[in-house]
Design a protein around this ligand. Sequence first.
Ligand SMILES: NC(=O)c1ccc[n+]([C@@H]2O[C@H](COP(=O)([O-])OP(=O)(O)OC[C@H]3O[C@@H](n4cnc5c(N)ncnc54)[C@H](OP(=O)(O)O)[C@@H]3O)[C@@H](O)[C@H]2O)c1
Length: 292
Amino acid sequence: MILLTGASGTVGRRTARLLAHEGHAVRLLTRDPARLPEPTARTETVVGDFEEPATLRRALSGVGAALIVTNNPLRPAHDAELITAAARAGVQRLVKLSALGVTDSSADDLITRWQRETEDCVRTSGLEWTLLRPRAFMSNSLGWAPDIRAKGTVSAWPGDAPSACVDPYDIAAVAARALTEPGHASRAYALTGPESLTARQQTAILGTVLGRPLVFREQSREQTRQLLESRYPAPVAQALLEIAERRLLGNGGQVNPTVERLIGRPARSYADWADEHGLYFAPAGRHRQDDA
Ligand SMILES: NC(=O)c1ccc[n+]([C@@H]2O[C@H](COP(=O)([O-])OP(=O)(O)OC[C@H]3O[C@@H](n4cnc5c(N)ncnc54)[C@H](OP(=O)(O)O)[C@@H]3O)[C@@H](O)[C@H]2O)c1
């Protein structure tokens, strides 16, 4: 049995689909089953919360491999609880979704420090482990959808800093391999897309795919700070601002061949991603992003 945490999220949802398609028995953890797609013959749902260790013990019973996805840098105990519970339950293999920023020695923001700590937690668990370190997800541009739908504009900062952003589908494909195949123990995988793109270039690609020109407006650092603070707790907003600022150094632009090496096909391009998700940006498009 494979347990997926973050099963309703961007990467977990795709990993669930791939594993079920390959015929693996998969258990999906969520706080709210309504957030999950319909179960299949090979998937089961378990209600669990990182805040409630008893629910994790139940979720981990009989599990051989687990995908660890947490998303709250203000709650580092989530990873510790989950990993301790996994070790006690006799899980053999952990695959942890981390972030490529951990390898940047100049990065010292809250989110990166949290990811480094959670990686340490996995590495010292005594279990077999694999770390997935993706660059920014292509799907982050779904955040542009309301402005694109309403005004045909994209506002972002920085506009001209490159990022080798990666399709979450490729992260899920690597996760599925690491969870089910031998040969991935004690490995940390840098996962990028096939090209390095700026927000301005992503906007141009989206415009081409959607068949209507989009206007890119570079936000100021201050506008970005205000926007982040309206959406996240102050320490998280500050960390996201620092991560955005670090892109100006160009460190995020390096393309890495790991995705293709591991899954045997080229990493998907931003144009591929945009083509598949055009519906979310169309004027009368879908407003729910749960399954995007
Ligand atoms: N976005 C990026 O560009 C990027 C880049 C690199 C790395 N990352 C990393 O990717 C990870 C997030 O992955 P994602 O985007 O696939 O996830 P996501 O879409 O943000 O979804 C978060 C998941 O976490 C689950 N969750 C949150 N709190 C929980 C709790 N208390 N108990 C149980 N489950 C809980 C949610 O489940 P329910 O709501 O169903 O309970 C949901 O499935 C983070 O570690 C982030 O740092 C992101």
